[in-house]
Design a protein. Structure first.
Length: 209
């Protein structure tokens, strides 16, 4: 499928066929797509938690306002963020020096700028910045799913603090912000055949030439 075809094929799946599972090798590819996503400054403040434990998936339904996709999907992808602080930034520069062989003195001005920017941020600003990066990751992983004819449903409809508690994310320094159940659509999901509700292209896109 090209990108227009997969964009038309994809829809926010409301009902998954719980008997169909995505191959582990395909999930591994999606994990790599996630890790290749571009992020602001390259700091990668988003982390992915992949949940297959059926008992947990069952329990998560009530934390998602009764949305059964989290129970019936093959894999539940939980997009989370971590806090970027001075130690995190240090690690990032150490990795950059190791992987690129860039001398510390070349990176010093950029490092100083990042340390100063993040020091000035409130906790809310830090979180909001990180969540923005998670949304980019969500979009790219969703596109990769569609290219592979894997169904998904982006979800903001859940109670993050309670999901974090259930999955033990706090101990890992992770906070959930988005869910993406992935799998295969149920044959009777009526949303699969509904026409897409979209603006006329001329309203959605303007041109200045
Ligand atoms: C960030 C985000 C959060 C969403 N949250 C939910 C959700 O909690 N539950 C749900 O069923 N759909 C959710 N959706 C799906 C949208 O309702 C859906 O993408 C939109 O209506 C367009 O339909 P389509 O994706 O089927 O083309 C969400 C979509 C996005 C991008």
């Amino acid at each position: 499928m090209n990108s227009i075809e997969s964009g038309k094929w994809r829809y926010a799946t409301k009902k998954f066929d719980a008997s169909k599972k995505v191959a582990d090798s395909t999930i591994k590819e999606l994990e790599e797509v996630f890790n290749l996503v571009p992020t602001s400054y390259g700091l990668q403040p988003a982390r992915l938690m992949v949940v297959t434990n059926q008992e947990l998936k069952n329990k998560l339904v009530e934390k998602c306002y009764g949305q059964a996709q989290v129970r019936d999907c093959s894999h539940l992808l939980v997009f989370t963020t971590v806090t970027v602080d001075a130690a995190y930034i240090e690690d990032y520069f150490t990795r950059t020096m190791e992987l690129r062989g860039t001398p510390a003195e070349t990176l010093a001005p950029f490092k100083k700028q990042l340390l100063s920017s993040f020091e000035k941020m409130t906790a809310e600003q830090n979180k909001a910045w990180a969540v923005n990066q998670a949304y980019i990751a969500l979009g790219m992983v969703m596109s990769a799913c569609a290219e592979k004819a894997i169904d998904s449903c982006p979800m903001e409809g859940f109670i993050p603090a309670q999901v974090d508690e259930m999955l033990g994310l706090e101990a890992l320094g992770m906070q959930s912000c988005l869910l993406l159940p992935v799998g295969y659509r149920a044959a009777d999901d009526m949303f699969a055949t509904m026409p897409k509700v979209r603006l006329p292209l001329s309203d959605a896109v303007k041109h200045i030439s």
